[in-house]
Design a protein around this ligand. Structure first.
Ligand code: CO8
Length: 262
């Protein structure tokens, strides 16, 4: 953890903030950064006291400007490119399915792999000057870390095709209008808002948060009838938790609940 060269860690009770840090290349995702991020996600997953993860980019200009294009020259054939796409996709799937909320604090350019990373968050907060896009087409390639799939699920089929085919960037306001971004904030307020949201979420019942995430995430890939069964089964599981008893008692006793994740 202390050996990371490309990631900075800040933590407080209940949350951790990981700052992706290669500012000279706008925090582009090198193989090394992906490996470190994988390690960081391992650590967040197994550290019980961390209930919420925030991801952001170093500097004012970029969240992440994509995969590190300079590493593309080392790719010799299709098989190697596919392997690298799968490496990134595997990590991004882990982030999307982390059993804790993930807040993406998008502080600038979120392009290519950067937009794809942001799409793996549960909540995207963006600074007013953030930009979102899939400019891979301008390099003669297509998105490889999930862009054609997750973007279409969020903004719809034709808007996703438009963005991937033109490489055009969305402003934070446009991304907000399309439902990709939940809140747009002045740059100076972005991290404070992300931290205060993380604190708020860290005080909710962790198992219920986890089941909300799973129910919505998995529900999107199945039909409504099966999705409703899934929701009912998670709803049932909530009733076996100590946190449900605490939540209901706290309401009746007119005091704030203290959830333990049990
Ligand atoms: N990779 C490597 N270096 C980068 C990247 C990147 N993605 N983006 C920026 N940089 C570097 C620049 O080369 C420059 O370096 P230097 O100072 O040494 O010249 C430095 O960062 C600053 O960038 P600019 O001077 O270009 O800054 P500008 O303000 O003029 O422009 C932009 C900012 C618009 C963000 C511009 O840098 C840009 O267009 N960057 C590339 C964006 C892009 O195309 N992203 C998609 C990359 S492909 C991808 O993400 C595919 C993911 C799936 C991969 C699957 C595995 C193979």
């Amino acid at each position: 953890m202390s050996n990371w060269k490309n990631i900075m860690l800040e933590q407080e009770e209940g949350w951790a903030l990981l700052t992706l840090s290669r500012p000279k290349v706008l925090n582009a995702l090198s193989r090394e950064l992906l490996d470190e991020l994988n390690e960081a996600v391992d650590w967040v997953e197994k550290t019980d006291s961390i209930r919420v993860l925030i991801l952001t980019g170093d500097g004012e200009k970029a969240f992440v400007a994509g995969a590190d294009i300079s590493e593309f020259t080392q790719i010799e054939h299709a098989g190697q490119a596919e392997e690298l796409a799968i490496k990134g996709q595997t990590l991004f799937n882990r982030i999307e399915n982390l059993p804790k909320p993930v807040i993406m604090a998008v502080n600038g350019y979120a392009l290519g792999g950067g937009c794809e990373l942001a799409l793996c968050g549960d909540i995207i907060l963006a600074s007013e000057h953030a930009r979102f896009g899939q400019p891979e087409i301008n390099l003669g390639i297509i998105p490889g870390y999930g862009g054609t799939q997750r973007l279409a699920r969020v903004v719809g089929k034709n808007m996703a095709k438009y963005l991937c085919m033109t490489g055009e960037m969305l402003t934070a306001a446009e991304a907000h209008r399309l439902g990709l971004v939940q809140k747009v904030l002045p740059a100076s307020e972005l991290l404070n808002e992300a931290k205060s949201l993380a604190k708020q979420l860290s005080q909710k019942a962790p198992l219920a948060i986890q089941w909300i995430k799973k129910s919505i995430q998995n529900g999107l890939d199945i039909d409504l009838k099966t999705g409703l069964q899934l929701e009912a089964s998670y709803f049932g599981l909530c009733f076996d938790t100590e946190d449900r008893i605490e939540g209901v008692n706290a309401f009746l006793e007119k005091r704030p609940p203290r959830f333990k994740g049990k």
